[in-house]
Structure formats: C-alpha cells, structure tokens
Ligand binder design. Structure first.
Ligand code: SF4
Length: 371
C-alpha cells in the first residue's frame, strides 16, 4: 500500500514511486511549480535552470532569506545502503549548491532508516557511511560550514523524535505511509527530527530551512511540516521548505533506478568497464534502424541517456538544448554515437571523482568518529 496514490501517481518513500505526469503533482498533491521562481533566483543551479528541480513547498521563504542575506539552512542526507549512485549524487549537489549560496548545511547519514527499511546492520552501514561522506567532500561540501552526522549517534535528533511521538497518532502514520512495521514509523519521526535539527538553539535557533530531495521523500516533508506546527510553542519552529527533483530514469527505461536491478544504474565506485557496458546496453528513445532515425529523429523524452546528460554530464545548457532538439529529435546523431560520447564523459568524471574521494577517506573517518 503506497502512502499516496492517485491513479498512476504513487509516492512512497519506503517503496516504489511512480510519477507518470509531474503536472498532476501540482493539482493533486499541493506541490508548487518551481519555474515561476526562477527569474527571482540570482544564481540558479543547473538543476533549477533545466527543470530537473520542478517543484517546491514554501520555497519563497528561503528565497527571501537568500535575497536579504539572512540566515538559512539546507538539510538533506543519504541512506547508507551502498555506494553513491546518481540519485544521491543529485541530492548532494543540491546541498552543496545551497551551502555555496550561504546556507548552514546539514547532511545526515540515515543509518537508522537503513536498518529499519533495508535491514542493514549498523556496523555495515558505518562502512558505507565513510565512503558516502568521502564522496560528499570530494564533490565540494565544506565541513567547516556544515554539520555531518549519523542518526544513531545524534542524541538531539532522537530526543526530537521521542517528543514528536506524542504529536502523531497511528491513524495519521497509516494515512501517510500505509500499513508498516513500527520501526519505519519510528524512522519517519527520526527523519522529522533530522529536518528540524538546524532550528534547535544549539544551531542558532529557528531559521528558514530548505530540504532538497527526490519527490519520493515528500511524505516526510508533509509529516514534518505538521509536527513543526504542532510543536511551535516549545521550539518556535519555522515550517521547513522543500525542493523536489525529478527521478532520473533507470537504464532500462523504467521510471526509477533500483538497487534490486544492478543493470538499471551505476555507482561512482564501479569499474570503468562495467559502467561502459551498462551504458552501452541501455534502453534509448531511438528508432529501429539508422535510416529511420536520420529521417524521423528519436525521442529524448523517454531516453535514460538523455537524462544522464541532463541531470549530470553536460555542464553547458546549450549542449543540452542542442542534444534535445537538433541532434536527437532532428535525427543528426545515432544512439550508438551518443552513447559512446556519454561513456567518455562519465568515465572521465568517475576517474577524477575517485581520485579526489580517496584523498578524503581519512577526513570522513574523522568526521564520523570511526575507527
Ligand atoms: S540520440 Fe541520444 S538522446 Fe536521443 S534517443 Fe538516442 S541515445 Fe537517447
């Protein structure tokens, strides 16, 4: 049972999320489109400019703080169930973007959720966490202007979760998340603690906070915004804001990459030959023959190769526009050529990233207090 289901739209942070039409999220889920805010952003990120970040809740509050040079925070994180993949890369880039725009940055290693949702023992998630933090640092997160922590070790988060337990009934949890075991309901309360941690006195008190996440995480935001309101007298919480990015298509063309199907995604730690093979075998929006593709053009809207360029591997917006219209729809490139060009960009990125990441392993251990 999914947390929110409207025809073919399913949003479930603990299961499968299917979004057939992002427009419907505006009408049926109360999410606002991000595009109208773009002209007000002084320095929008690539994801914002390209529509990868498509929606928000209450982002105007954060935008005002950014414009007025007032204090604000960014908060997001990773579930340490494995190596960084392209979804976690997207979130990390958004956190780093807001940090560079002046936000106090909070990055959570959600090891309690990894235990409750994925049955990953804490000793194992600790190993993944070291790698994940090294990835974050290699991507540009500045630990001097940020706070990286593990849920299981952060008492303030757990204390908030215990407090929040009194503000929510089982019926509400079932309505938001469906019928689940108690551990998942607890981990949802802990996530609410994560999201509101930046507003505790220890971190300077209430402040606008943006949570950049994939749309599958929206139920956590709805719960937390409700709890922020219920506990406003005690903590003076400001309801957290959010931005939502689209989910990058899986390499088999399905709507979301899944750890259960390794051929549908790659991580930043995979061997170059494996990454090349996965991209080379990927589904595309191409035509059955080269002649048809040259004559009729292909379909980037259903193509995971296009998504990889759009989300991560073309730096310049002009290159994206050229690929979408002239090269792909115009039939001026064949899918095989396009895949080879992408493989080179991905391998160059992965090689450079791995080099930097290795330099940050000791720092990551230090931040996590690991042996
Ligand atoms: S030309 Fe490129 S973007 Fe277009 S369908 Fe083929 S692989 Fe996808």
């Amino acid at each position: 049972m999914a947390s929110e289901t409207h025809s073919k739209t399913v949003i479930d942070p603990f299961g499968t999320t299917v979004i057939e039409d992002y427009e419907r999220l505006y009408q049926e889920f109360g999410i606002k489109p991000f595009k109208p805010l773009l002209p007000e952003m002084l320095n929008p990120s690539a994801g914002m400019r390209r529509g990868v970040i498509f929606g928000h809740r209450d982002f105007e509050r954060v935008l005002r703080a950014m414009k007025n040079h007032e204090e604000f925070a960014v908060m997001s994180g990773i579930k340490p169930t494995g190596e960084f993949h392209l979804g976690t890369l997207q979130t990390a880039r958004e956190v780093i973007y807001f940090q560079q725009q002046g936000a106090k940055a909070f990055y959570c290693i959600a090891d309690i959720e990894a235990y409750e949702d994925n049955r990953i023992p804490f000793e194992r998630s600790q190993k993944y966490a070291i790698g994940n933090v090294a990835d974050l640092l290699a991507l540009g997160f500045d630990p001097k202007k940020g706070f990286i922590y593990q849920q299981s070790k952060e008492t303030r988060v757990k204390d908030l979760a215990i407090t929040f337990g009194r503000g929510v009934t089982l019926a509400t949890m079932k309505a938001i998340y469906g019928e689940r075991h108690m551990g998942l309901y607890m981990s949802a309360l802990i996530q609410a603690g994560d999201i509101l941690l930046p507003q505790l006195k220890d971190f300077g008190g209430p402040k606008p906070t943006v949570v950049p996440v994939g749309i599958d995480q929206d139920p956590h935001l709805r719960l937390t915004r409700d709890l922020a309101f219920k506990f406003r007298r005690k903590h003076n919480f400001i309801p957290p804001s959010s931005t939502y990015h689209k989910l990058i298509k899986a390499l088999d063309g399905s709507p979301k990459m899944s750890k259960r199907s390794p051929m549908t995604y790659f991580t930043l730690e995979e061997k170059p030959e494996t990454v090349s093979r996965k991209i080379a075998n990927s589904f595309t929006g191409g035509r059955p023959t080269a002649e048809e593709q040259r004559r009729l053009g292909a379909n980037p809207d259903i193509c995971p190769i296009y998504d990889l360029y759009l989300f991560h591997f073309f730096e310049r917006d002009e290159d994206i526009a050229k690929l979408y219209g002239y090269e792909c729809k115009g039939g001026h490139i064949l899918c095989g050529e396009d895949k080879q060009r992408l493989i080179k960009l991905v391998l160059d990125f992965v090689k450079e990233h791995q080099r930097k990441r290795n330099q940050y392993i000791d720092k990551a251990r230090e931040i996590l207090g690991a042996e």
